[in-house]
Design a protein around this ligand. Structure first.
Ligand code: SF4
Ligand code: FES
Length: 243
């Protein structure tokens, strides 16, 4: 027999601050293969058209559907309802650390754009590309390691799981430090450790991380965030000691 699921969803619209934030309950029958994405769409279609949440790809690729599920940041399109105990409500809330748009919808884009500019997340080089010549080879192991870090989908789960980010609003987050590691390792990028020190060599950067591991525990792409943060920290400490 299909289980009845109860959803307790935090409702708040910042454009109507006179209406207090409150949890609203919805009940629906579980279907085989149901995800939180499917459940939320069913709630919106059948029970409450005013409920706001974000989705694009439904496949764990676009990074739009992050939300706090029973206290832990998750991608809703990858969360199967069969993994939740139906004796208790499934509690959904928006991800902290980002601007709230409404209900479960937050604006990760503005934050990610600012972070991208802050860590100058692009290849810096003086060399001109000559397309008539063969590209310089990159060691395959190194290329794989960089590719591993490039799998980030900018979902923001690592930011929402981070205590440092909650205490320091300007903390660049694991996603930003992962980006630093990615370009520092890239042989196409001419920047040295001292250049990255200027960008993230402070408590709002790599020295603010308390190594609580929330980022790595919740990253849906299983990016090795802690080891990369430790790598960046080791490299930048050497710069700091010379100053
Ligand atoms: S590092 Fe992981 S958790 Fe953080 S934004 Fe990228 S994919 Fe999401
Ligand atoms: S909808 Fe794209 S990651 Fe969930």
């Amino acid at each position: 027999m299909a289980r009845e699921l109860t959803f307790k969803i935090l409702r708040y619209d910042p454009s109507h601050p006179e209406i207090q934030a409150q949890f609203q309950e919805y009940k629906l029958k579980e279907k085989p293969g149901m995800t939180l994405f499917i459940a939320l769409n069913q709630i919106r279609e059948e029970l409450d058209p005013t409920l706001a949440f974000d989705f694009v790809c439904r496949a764990g690729i676009c990074g739009s559907c992050g939300m706090v599920v029973n206290g832990k940041p998750q991608l809703a399109c990858k969360a199967l309802t069969k993994n939740f105990n139906a004796d208790f409500p499934i509690t959904l809330a928006p991800m902290p650390g980002f601007e709230l748009i409404k209900d479960l919808s937050v604006d990760t884009g503005v934050w990610m754009e600012a972070m991208t500019k802050r860590v100058e997340s692009w290849v810096h080089t003086e060399s001109e590309t000559d397309i008539s010549k063969q590209e310089k080879p990159v060691d395959p192991d190194l290329a794989n390691e960089i590719f591993e870090l490039d799998r980030c989908i900018e979902c923001g789960l690592c930011v929402s799981s981070c205590m440092t980010k909650l205490m320091r609003p300007d903390f660049v987050g694991a996603v930003g430090l992962n980006r630093v590691a990615r370009f520092y390792m890239d042989p196409h990028d001419d920047r040295e450790a001292s250049d990255f020190y200027e960008l993230v060599g402070d408590d709002n950067g790599v020295f603010g991380c308390m190594s609580l591991m929330g980022c790595e525990d919740h990253c849906p792409k299983e990016i090795p965030l802690q080891s990369k943060i430790a790598y960046v920290r080791r490299e930048l400490v050497k710069v700091g000691l010379k100053r």
